[in-house]
Design a protein around this ligand. Structure first.
Ligand code: SF4
Ligand code: SF4
Length: 169
């Protein structure tokens, strides 16, 4: 009898408890500040230009070869408005191959890329999983605003290293 009452008590308690789940995708639970999502490109709002100079270091170090970068001359440098002589021309990440390792962020000498909390990238085609430069800046700028990250033209880090691939074993 006592066991039955205890069991009824557990049932009643559970019935009165607030739900801990939500109806995804209409509703979302809050994301933990420690959530690790896809990498995105950061924006230097002081100069109003990308922080990325298109140096390709992240492309060379990415273990899954999912980054593709090209570089161009920076027109603002010619006008004396920026200290970045080069800037990113095109930047793509194949998100279906990204393993969220953060190596691209670690090796970037210009603090131009960051791991964000973006994680909902499901799509029915491979093409839908290709993050273009515009996608990466949109993700990065939104994340910068929420996380309060500011980027300024900086001195390259001293630990800049040689590319790790082909014949480096
Ligand atoms: S997080 Fe890792 S796998 Fe993803 S793009 Fe960066 S280096 Fe490549
Ligand atoms: S390492 Fe940094 S600056 Fe160089 S291409 Fe990658 S994100 Fe841009």
């Amino acid at each position: 009898m006592i066991g039955l009452l205890r069991a009824m008590g557990v049932t009643l308690k559970t019935m009165l408890r607030k739900p801990v789940t939500v109806q995804y995708p209409d509703a979302h639970l809050p994301i933990s500040p420690r959530m690790l999502g896809f990498p995105a490109l950061l924006w230097d709002s002081a100069v109003d230009e990308p922080a990325c100079v298109g140096c390709k270091v992240c492309e060379r170090y990415c273990p899954t070869d999912c980054i593709s970068v090209t570089m161009k001359d920076n027109p603002l440098a010619k006008e004396g408005k920026s200290t970045r002589r080069k800037m990113v021309d095109d930047f793509q990440i194949r998100l279906e191959r990204c393993i969220l390792c953060g190596i691209c962020v670690e090796v970037c000498n210009f603090e131009a890329i960051a791991m964000t909390d973006y994680h909902e990238q499901a799509d029915i085609s491979r093409g839908g999983l290709l993050a273009t430069k515009d996608d990466l800046f949109r993700m990065g700028r939104d994340f910068q605003q929420r996380a309060g990250i500011k980027v300024t033209p900086g001195t390259p880090k001293l630990e800049a290293a040689a590319p790790p691939k082909e014949g480096s074993a």
